[in-house]
Write a protein that binds this ligand. Structure first.
Ligand code: DQQ
Length: 567
């Protein structure tokens, strides 16, 4: 008997070992003991990553490149090369060889952020910022060694590099000239590209033109600039359809039914801000509808979300937005984990029918990971109460909840001085009782509620009797670890809460909580590191800490399968 048992154990061990050797277990399975690794967000096995670079779809395959420090453990210090992964759905990823490693003087010190453009004849190219041995920033071109390879595994640098460098006459510092956008082609036969820059503290979107993609000439005026905004990193410039049409538009299409979006990553505040406006392509100028208001402009995300980039997916006719979400943990903790940085779930992005803001929604492919839905019947969520949503893996979930507000007799007055929603959220966190709200979700909560991340709404009435809806992500109790950054985030949502109701969708993935308010009007992403609410010890609650009852009209929560990825 004992012998048979031992033989069985041996067979199982040999089988498991051979599965491992043949790669059936991905490396990420081996790291399951790490509570902060995500299950369905893009991240590397080890080391530091930051900006998404050159996303595109080519021969039916999605390509994602990213800034990668191959020697940096969890630390940013060190050179950057481009990591590369491919996918059929932007959720499950296969790693490809690193690329744009130092090959010539113009990228000897690093290969910084850039974009892809598919030229006539279906020829993919990369334009990126090379860092020279003198630490100057220049723009380089690379193209695939074998364009017939749909995985585009190998890239070669153009011998003519660098193609663009800062013009000393323009007094542009050679360390402030980076991050080329996807280029667009106009009927005059010129490709155009924007490079992020600054002159003193004036932020600049420099414009370059080229007929052959090799010889580039700088336009006398930048496409757009703004005083006192500091360095503009990772600019993005693209058309969107008007009238709420959610279909995307190719970068080279300039039409009557489109507006343009200019997005800038503000180095000084680490916020991705955008404006909606008109591209005067005859004069190569951009006129934002509402002007540019520096850091208080519209943002893609009011939490942690930076160096974003969009691409047009011509197969699904949508524009997809990707971004880097940095850690909020200490450098020591990152070094212990051996990795740092993840990417947000790709979002579809389009112009709201009001024309005043963009709408973002997780790409539908993420829904393929949803399992075991738990549905809550419509019910009243009494003031001062909470209910647990059981039956899901609360550390790895996708939750949709909608609220109806019937009564507002206890509503609080909005104060004119509350111009900064983040500050209001910090003062009126999830545990501070109000009139109508806070109500929402307690995510990544420990059973004893010593830890939780509260995502919620709070409604006020201002002096002209209009409602003001505040959306917050309160991290103050997200972790018992004293060294993690627990900044609370907030935003005002442009919605009529009584007629339209209020909805919230939250993607929870171990150390990230991505919250979409009012069907994607406002988004807040937070990184959190619970010490108790990990794996199956995490709980999820709907809560209402206001005096006023609210009604839950819809709640569905799904456990999420693990994506099959190795970045
Ligand atoms: N990260 C890159 C730069 C870019 C910055 C370097 C933004 O090209 O400006 O890794 O995060």
């Amino acid at each position: 008997m004992v012998l048979v048992y031992l033989i069985k154990v041996l067979i199982i061990l040999v089988f498991a070992y051979s599965l491992f050797m043949y790669g059936v277990f991905s490396q990420s399975d081996l790291l399951d003991d790490q509570p902060y690794r995500t299950a369905y967000h893009f991240q590397p096995i080890k080391n530091w990553i930051n900006d998404p670079c050159g996303p595109m779809i080519y021969k039916g395959i999605y390509h994602l490149f990213y800034q990668y420090n191959p020697i940096g453990n969890g630390s940013p210090n060190g050179p950057r090369v481009w990591g590369h992964s491919t996918s059929l759905d932007l959720i499950n990823w296969t790693p490809q060889p690193l690329t744009l490693e130092p090959q010539m003087e113009s990228n000897m010190n690093s290969s910084y952020t850039g974009s892809t453009t598919i030229l006539k004849g279906y020829k993919p190219t990369i334009l990126f910022t090379g860092i020279t041995p003198k630490n100057e920033q220049v723009q380089d071109l690379a193209y695939p060694k074998d364009p017939l390879d749909p995985f585009l595994k190998e890239w070669v640098l153009a011998p003519q590099n660098p193609l663009m460098y800062p013009n000393p006459q323009n007094k542009i510092d050679s360390t402030s000239f980076r991050d080329p956008t996807t280029a667009w082609l106009l009927p005059d036969g010129n490709w155009r590209v924007i490079i992020g820059s600054k002159k003193e503290r004036k932020g600049l979107a420099l414009l370059f033109k080229s007929k052959d993609f090799i010889n580039w000439v700088q336009n006398y005026d930048p496409l757009y600039s703004y005083e006192l905004t500091g360095m503009w990193e990772c600019p993005d410039f693209y058309p969107v359809f008007m009238n709420g049409v959610s279909m995307g538009v190719d970068n080279s299409i300039i039409g009557v039914n489109t507006k343009h979006v200019l997005k800038i990553s503000l180095d000084e505040t680490k916020h991705d801000v955008y404006t909606i406006g008109t591209y005067d392509f005859m004069n190569d100028g951009y006129i934002p509808d509402l002007g540019f208001e520096n850091d208080s402009s519209l943002r893609y995300d009011y939490g942690k979300y930076y160096a974003s980039k969009t691409f047009y997916d011509g197969v699904k006719m949508r524009r997809v937005l990707l971004a880097w979400v940095n850690e909020s943990s200490s450098l020591d903790d990152d070094l212990k984990k051996g990795w740092s940085g993840i990417h947000a779930i790709p979002r579809r992005i389009w112009l709201d029918k009001s024309g005043k803001q963009l709408i973002q929604w997780p790409i539908s492919e993420v829904e393929k990971l949803r399992v075991k839905p738990v549905i809550l019947p419509m019910q009243v969520l009494k003031g001062g109460s909470r209910i647990e949503i059981t039956g899901i893996s609360a550390a790895q979930a996708d939750v949709e909840i909608s609220f109806k507000i019937k009564e507002v007799s206890n509503i609080e007055r909005f104060e004119a001085s509350w111009s900064n929603p983040q500050l209001v959220c910090s003062q009126k966190g999830g545990s501070v009782s109000g009139g109508v709200g806070p109500f929402g979700l307690l995510t990544l909560a420990s059973q004893d509620l010593l830890e939780y991340t509260a995502v919620f709404f709070r409604i006020f009435k201002n002096f002209d009797n209009k409602f003001v809806v505040l959306m917050c992500s309160d991290q103050t109790r997200s972790s018992l670890n004293p060294t993690t950054d627990k900044t609370t985030y907030g935003t005002y949502v442009s919605v009529e809460p009584i007629y339209e109701g209020l909805s919230l969708r939250v993607l929870i993935d171990h150390s990230i909580v991505e919250s979409f308010g009012a069907r994607g009007k406002n988004v807040i992403t937070a990184r959190v590191y619970p010490t108790l609410a990990i794996h199956d010890k995490a709980h999820l609650y709907a809560f209402n800490n206001g005096i006023q009852d609210v009604q839950i009209t819809w709640l569905t929560a799904w456990s999420m399968n693990k994506a099959n990825y190795i970045a």
